[in-house]
Design a protein around this ligand. Structure first.
Ligand code: G3P
Ligand code: CA
Length: 286
């Protein structure tokens, strides 16, 4: 299999706007997406979930509590109910130095609204999120991508922590490039690896077979750099091995210039960041 076409665009390392330019405006709302587009991001990263009435929306957390004025699980709301929520004011309260009145009352967006707004001028990096809650989202998601022709135009990547979800997408439409997100975490109390999403051994213990298994359906991997306590989980050797297996390596989520520079030196091919402008500056300096 050849390298995915999007890796052949100009930037040495792909700029993936994490939840839009979420360091500058409320995540996954129109202001954050508009800023990400203005900042010439290669990809708009969006977490996709399903409403109670089966609509696909861009939203990260399982609950609406952190980033809206209401409480409860996203999937318990109908689209009409979700549209009443204010998904912008929390940002102004949390980041007064970045606050902007226009963010107040920002809406949760459907994927359709986002596709209609930006069309095929931008690229979408869509995550099937929390599939234990958002059951059977793969089929409507793939159908919508096909409806817009984004599978044929290479406008979309689908990413997930959930291997089953990616395999299902691959069966539905094998032309959509897939990225397997990776998460390694050790339980703070037991010191054991947490099992919930742990589809691979620790990075240093990854065997060729582990990479090969993922390459059956995915063209990229998305590892994180650090554990919650700040210790690093991947290193240059891991990135190089993944590259030798022809994977795109897109690391999440880097917001510090020094980390961006260091990971580029390791050979990553894309970086998820809340600050696409900052990543562009780093790229320009190279
Ligand atoms: O999708 C890459 C990265 O966004 C994964 O972490 O929790 O921000 O979706 P999260
Ligand atoms: Ca994500």
């Amino acid at each position: 299999e050849g390298e995915f076409e999007a890796e052949r665009t100009d930037n040495e390392v792909k700029v993936i706007a994490h939840r839009g330019a979420s360091g500058h405006a409320p995540e996954q709302t129109m202001p954050a997406l508009n800023k990400a587009v203005k900042m010439e991001s290669d990809w708009l990263e969006l977490d996709i979930q399903m409403t109670a009435d089966g609509e696909l929306v861009a939203f990260h957390d399982d609950e609406v509590d952190r980033t809206t004025d209401k409480e409860g699980e996203v999937g318990d709301y109908t689209l009409e109910e979700l549209k009443e929520l204010d998904a912008g004011s929390w940002f102004n309260e949390e980041y007064p130095e970045k606050a902007d009145e226009s963010y107040e009352g920002a809406e949760i967006l459907t994927l359709e609204e986002i596709f209609d707004e930006f069309g095929s001028d931008v690229n979408y990096y869509l995550e099937t999120k929390s599939t234990y809650l958002n059951k059977d989202m793969e089929e409507p998601l793939v159908e919508m991508i096909e409806e817009y022709g984004f599978d044929e135009k290479d406008n979309v990547i689908i990413q997930s922590f959930h291997q089953d979800s990616l395999k299902e997408v691959h069966e539905l439409n094998e032309s959509i490039p897939l990225v397997q997100l990776l998460w390694w975490e050790v339980d703070e109390e037991t010191g054991e690896k947490e099992e919930w999403l742990d589809i691979t051994p620790a990075p240093s213990e990854m065997k060729d077979e582990d990479f090969e298994e993922i390459s059956q359906y995915a063209v990229g991997i998305g590892p994180h750099l650090e554990y919650y306590d700040g210790t690093e989980v991947i290193d240059e050797d891991f990135v190089q091995r993944a590259r030798e297996h022809d994977f795109m390596v897109h690391v999440y989520t880097l917001n510090e210039k020094e980390d961006m520079e260091r990971l580029m030196d390791w050979g990553v091919t894309g970086i998820f960041t809340d600050f696409p402008d900052r990543l562009h500056n780093v790229l320009d300096e190279r």
